[in-house]
Design a protein around this ligand. Structure first.
Ligand code: ADP
Ligand code: ZN
Length: 735
């Protein structure tokens, strides 16, 4: 374990410790080469075996290797040094997630590896004094240089400036020596920004003032809690405007960056420039360019997914996490971390404010507000004349969907007449079902055999559009078999239950004149597809949308007045600590798409359990009661946020080995007050991508640090290399 120390300067011959972006336990020692000075955080290329690798100077060398064996650093890479706060943050995340720091560093450093050509980090600019005041004779070539500098563009190198002025580089060097020109570190772009803020409503004004007052005042967490459509985005835009006018960078984290076309347009309209994006769809050159912009401070606002948190910001002054409750902020493989939680840590390490925005904050966040750790600003109503939609519950036991000429139906009569009404008024509707494909289960009507994935504990989902049966977990797909493999019966397979394709089929059959459009992650396969879809909706080229959760978030469609939730019970059946909370949040979000402008919205929840607390909370709008009830239940069971959970997921291709590791872990489990180990037990997905899986769950009191327990625990047993043990601190999923 290495620790990023404060910044040191190292002279030629000094030994430095260089952290490499690799899953190795420790940083390695290297020697500072002749004629080179290094500082902590410098990005350097070093020899590693027979190749070269790019790493970061992490501190003084450990000196545990014989001096003659230590190799010199090959070269400094031409990118700005990694700031101290980034280094501390990497160490913190590594310790918390029980990863080696190199693995975390990889998320920060990736685009800087194989960097070429080296990018200059200084620019030549006017130092202040004119030729006259500096007592330098104004020759024609000197005048040309000064004119080139005054034209406003900064020049990265002497040769570039010399070329643009049409003089030799020697002239520039003389002017630098004379103090007329200076080599300055690259800093914020001189791109102008406009600040076309709308007039805020009183509640927005108060919320914005509250957040603005925290800028520059060190670390703070503010929860911006306001119903859907209340104008939260405008409020945090105010804070961003202020942060950048003070010369700071701002980071906005959004759960699903691919779906944020509308957000981008709004941002541009407001600020007159596009934010710098950061997400996994960025490729090669664009990725390196954006990375460098962040590192040099040129990028003033970054909008990104989870990993944007690990960017090497030069001077980050504000973080906003929008839709903070969203489970997409949890990274589930590689370094397993929760980006919202780590964003709070990043803010603390950087002594800056963070804003967590949501209409339905997570229970964790609510409890932090109640405990006084976070402060809260509240927007109580929708912006302008818009009001919240009315939410009605349809009891499917009383109102059974009526079969039609197309076959089975999923829309109950009250919902059907509400859609009739909306369509005849020229309004748009959304049918929400969080399930892709045609049917979630295909079974043989002769013997009951169910088609499941050969590699996962999961049924195959029929997709009629692609005419394939798909596993939604591993990507396995196959054609529908003509005969049952269990009983041999021909053409005996029937589809069970609905996916959005099936609901769309019903909708089109019921409303043949309506334009029905299906929307899911697999129909939005190109970035432009999202923009086109939004256009189609805004321009009313679509009457009825049938979609999954990709449509639930953030969007603003003024003419959409009706939302029908086809199966409101869907998320409740899973065994998950947060099943009720998640369902509540998702349904609240999707309901929030209805009636966001002048026309009032209506929402219908189809359920078999109208008395369920989630349905009750949604229908009554009493979210406080729901949160209180959830909170009490978790407290009673010492579940998060009142206790801590850490999951151990053991997997491998050999089931016996996997079970043996699970049992060994249980045998050596830590014991003590406030420590409890559950399992091992086969995971809910006992087979995933061909790997057998067992799970253990460590539950501890809040004052017990699971990391300390885990380290000792894992050292006590021998894990064969063919078995993998993943540690998920604060797990969000339990499958
Ligand atoms: P939220 O983020 O809370 O869901 P938004 O910020 O998206 O809400 O606001 C909802 C709608 O109201 C958007 O169309 C937005 O442009 C508009 N809006 C919000 N505040 C203002 C304001 N002060 N002036 C004009 N329009 C506003
Ligand atoms: Zn599978």
């Amino acid at each position: 374990m290495t620790t990023a120390a404060a910044t040191h300067t190292f002279a030629p011959g000094d030994i430095v410790s260089v952290l490499l972006p690799l899953p190795v336990e420790a940083a390695y020692d290297y020697r500072v080469p002749d004629h080179e000075t290094l500082v902590t955080g410098d990005v350097v290329e070093v020899p590693l075996g027979r190749r070269f690798e790019v790493g970061v100077v992490w501190g003084p060398g450990k000196g545990d290797v014989a001096a003659h064996k230590i190799k010199p650093v090959a070269q400094k890479v031409g990118v700005p040094p990694l700031p101290e706060v980034s280094r501390k943050f990497i160490d913190w995340v590594a310790a918390y997630t029980l990863q080696v720091p190199g693995t975390v560093l990889r998320m920060t450093l990736n685009p800087a590896r194989r960097w070429q050509p080296p990018v200059p980090v200084t620019v030549i600019a006017a130092a202040g004094p004119s030729l006259e005041t500096a007592g330098v004779k104004p020759t024609p070539s000197r005048e040309k240089i000064m004119a080139a500098v005054a034209r406003g563009r900064t020049h990265a190198t002497m040769s570039a400036l010399a070329k643009s002025a049409g003089v030799s580089a020697g002239v520039i060097r003389d002017l630098i020596d004379a103090g007329v020109l200076a080599l300055l570190p690259v800093k914020e772009s001189d791109e102008v920004f406009t600040n076309t803020a709308p007039a805020l409503e009183p509640a927005q004004k108060a919320a914005a003032a509250d957040i603005l007052a925290r800028l520059g005042q060190g670390y703070s967490v503010t929860v911006l809690d306001g119903v859907t459509g209340s104008g939260k985005t405008e409020v945090y835009f105010e804070a961003i405007a202020e942060a950048i006018s003070r010369g700071h960078q701002a980071l906005v984290m959004l759960p699903e960056i691919a779906l944020t076309a509308q957000w981008m347009t709004r941002f541009h309209a407001r600020f007159g420039f596009a934010p710098t994006e950061w997400h996994s769809d960025l490729k090669g050159k664009q990725r390196r360019e954006n990375w460098l912009k962040v590192a040099t401070g040129e990028a003033r606002v970054v909008v990104g997914a989870r990993s944007s948190l690990f960017l090497p910001f030069l001077n980050l002054g504000l973080i906003v996490v929008d839709e903070e409750h969203d489970s997409a902020f949890k990274q589930e493989d590689g370094v397993i971390y929760h980006a919202r939680d780590m964003a709070v840590v990043r803010a603390r390490e950087g002594a800056i404010p963070i804003v967590l925005a949501s209409a339905t904050p997570s229970l964790e966040t609510m409890v932090n507000v109640q405990a006084g750790r976070y402060s809260e600003v509240h927007l109580p109503s929708r912006f302008g004349a818009a009001t919240l939609p009315s939410i009605g519950v349809i009891d499917l036991r009383q109102h059974k969907p009526e079969k039609g000429h197309w076959g089975r139906a999923w829309l109950a009569p009250p919902l059907v007449s509400a859609i009739d009404e909306a369509l005849s008024n020229g309004e748009q509707g959304l049918l929400f079902l969080n399930r892709r494909g045609y049917a979630p289960l295909t079974l043989c009507s002769a013997c009951g055999h169910r088609l499941h994935c050969p590699q996962c504990t999961a049924w195959l989902v029929e997709h009629r559009l692609t005419k394939r049966l798909q596993c939604h977990h591993c990507g396995y797909n196959a054609a529908r078999p003509t005969a049952c493999s269990a009983c041999g019966e021909k053409d005996s397979f029937v589809a069970c239950g609905p996916g959005i394709e099936r609901v769309a089929e019903e909708a089109q059959a019921r409303w043949p004149d309506a334009v029905v459009k299906m929307v899911a992650s697999d129909t939005l396969d190109r970035p432009s597809a999202v923009a086109e879809l939004i256009d189609d909706i805004l321009e009313r080229r679509v009457d009825l949308l049938v979609g999954t959760q990709v449509l639930a978030k953030g969007h603003h469609f003024p003419n959409l007045t009706l939302v029908g939730v086809v199966d409101a019970d869907l998320g409740l059946s899973s065994w998950d600590l947060r099943a009720a909370e998640r369902t509540y949040q998702l349904l609240h979000q999707v309901s929030g798409r209805a009636g966001r402008a002048e026309r009032k919205g209506r929402v219908f929840l189809q359920t078999h359990d109208p008395a369920h607390p989630v349905m009750q909370a949604l229908a009554s709008g009493d979210d406080a009661a729901f949160y209180a009830q959830e909170s009490d239940a978790r407290k009673l069971l010492t579940m998060p946020p009142f206790g801590r959970l850490t999951a151990l997921i053991i997997s491998g291709s050999d089931e016996i080995q996997v079970r043996a590791v699970g049992e060994a872990l249980a045998h050596h489990a830590p014991r003590g007050d406030g420590i409890e180990v559950l399992g091992p037990a086969p995971a809910f997905m006992a087979l995933l991508r061909g790997r057998h899986r067992q799970r253990l769950l460590l539950r501890t009191w809040r004052n017990v640090r699971p990391q300390a327990l885990l380290q000792g625990w894992l050292e006590r047993i021998k894990i064969p290399s063919s078995v993998r043990v993943q540690i998920d601190v604060d797990p969000q999923s339990f499958f």
